[in-house]
Ligand binder design. Structure first.
Ligand code: DAH
Length: 342
């Protein structure tokens, strides 16, 4: 190459190089441009430098100066562009389409609430309405009006949580029977869901706070056959035609009294730990309302009769889904609850 050719080549390299650098839109592209232009081994500037020794000393000095100017111009442009790219917004984050999607949680109705809702709906169809009452009760509503004899063992501090001498946390929903009959003249048909409290140990089948559903029907001419027909109808609808049986029982506020068992849903009646090998699980207590209770509520027991029941929805949930430990229902462990979510 002659001196003129070399000087011209150095100028056009600087010109083309500036274009190439300006077009680089990422760090990677700029690095490639740097190698192409000023890379030590085979960059275009190096190629020009290799041509210098062939020139006469004066021409070499002149050409060398031209090549150096091109080199300085290119390096300045490269550095400036690099700084520019560093300050522009970072490239879009790369999407990893193989990444598992984030889990979304949907709320669900708690299994005990689901049982309460279903029981309520079945009785609503039979003409029952929902009634409620306070959780802090007096001894009279919780025990006295319900015909508990004075000093009945249930009133003992070991079984009942007292808030003061006369106020306690209701041990059952039965006091709402009394409150309802005091406020509404018969005919009465109510269903009463609510929380109740007992000083029980927290073991696989007992909790210190649990829910109950009470039922009460009072009218003229109501007999035990109404009780039995209604409760068997309920059990068939709720448990799907599992065998049922009534067992005589005792409650101070009913006479006669009976408990209703359904065949164990876990073993189908052959016996297992859930039914304590009996093949049956108790789902409720019931009976004809004791005349003394009607009188305590101001209802004429010569004219009116009635029947009542009390059921534990948590117990019912255990038997319905074969849950081995009642505490699972109160632990709020989503891994358990979501298996019963609808
Ligand atoms: N109150 C009773 C209990 O908590 C359950 C009960 C039994 C309620 C018989 C009733 C009934 O209304 O008739 O154990």
């Amino acid at each position: 190459m002659t001196l003129d050719e070399l000087v011209e080549a150095a100028r056009s390299l600087a010109r083309e190089g500036r274009d190439l650098i300006a077009r680089a839109s990422s760090g990677d592209e700029l690095a490639t441009a740097r190698t192409t232009l000023v890379g030590r081994k085979s960059g275009r500037l190096t190629e020009l430098m290799k041509a210098l020794p062939a020139l006469a000393p004066d021409a070499r000095r002149e050409a060398g100066a031209a090549v150096n100017r091109a080199k300085e111009a290119l390096e300045a442009a490269l550095d400036a562009r690099e700084a520019e790219l560093r300050h522009t917004a970072p490239a879009e984050p790369r999407l990893d389409l193989t990444m598992p999607a984030r889990r979304t949680w949907r709320g669900a109705v708690h299994p005990v609430t689901r049982v309460i809702d279903e029981i309520r709906d079945i009785f609503r169809e039979l003409g029952f309405t929902v009634a409620v009452g306070p959780e802090a009760e007096t001894e009279w509503y919780n025990f006295g009006a319900l015909n508990f004899p004075v000093d009945h063992p249930a009133m003992d501090m070991h079984d009942t949580l007292y808030l003061s001498d006369d106020t306690l946390l209701r041990t059952h929903t039965s006091p709402v029977q009394v409150r309802t009959l005091q406020s509404y003249p018969p005919p009465v048909r109510v269903i009463v869901p609510g929380n109740v409290y007992r000083r029980d140990f927290f073991d696989p089948s007992h909790a210190p706070m649990f829910s109950q559903i009470e039922g009460l029907a009072v009218d003229e001419g109501i007999g035990f056959v109404d009780l039995k027909a209604t409760l068997v109808n309920f059990a068939n609808r709720f448990f799907g035609r599992r065998p049922t049986r009534f067992r005589p029982s005792y409650f101070p506020f009913t006479e006669p009294s009976a408990e209703l068992d359904v065949q164990c849903g876990v073993c189908g009646g052959s016996g297992c730990p859930t039914c304590k090998q009996t093949g049956w699980v108790e789902i409720l207590g019931s009976g004809m309302v004791h005349p003394a209770v009607l009188e305590a509520c101001g209802v004429d027991s010569e004219r009116y009769t009635g029947w009542a029941f009390g059921m534990g929805p948590a117990r019912v949930a255990l038997s319905r889904w074969g849950i081995p430990d009642i505490r699972l229902l109160y632990d709020s462990d989503v891994r358990f609850l979501e298996q019963l979510a609808q």
